[in-house]
Design a protein around this ligand. Structure first.
Ligand SMILES: [Zn+2]
Length: 97
């Protein structure tokens, strides 16, 4: 069973308690009404999806219900770390972004 550490509950919990919520650190353009259709498409639909280290949003849906960020290796499917939403993006060796 895959265990994921919730940074708010401060414990590892089974994967079934969590829900993936997309790529992390996507900045909403401001004001969004002034951007071009191509820029909106990039913001809303285009994601990097690299092989290796990814930064993702997760939600502890069957626990504290809070969103947090995680660093996961898509090759090994191992979580390298989790951190609270709003905290800066950690720089890791081998990170492509
Ligand atoms: Zn939690």
């Amino acid at each position: 069973m895959l265990l994921i550490r919730c940074p708010y509950c401060e414990e590892e919990r089974p994967e079934l308690e969590f829900r993936h919520a997309g790529e992390a650190h996507i900045a909403r353009p401001a004001p969004i009404t002034d951007i071009s259709d191509d820029d909106f498409e990039g913001y809303f639909f285009i994601r990097s999806n690299p092989k290796g280290i990814v930064y993702e949003r997760w939600r502890h849906i069957h626990g504290c219900a809070r969103f947090f960020n995680a660093v996961r290796d898509t090759v090994s499917d191992k979580f390298l770390m989790t951190y609270k939403a709003g905290e800066p993006k950690p720089e890791l060796k081998g990170s492509s972004r």
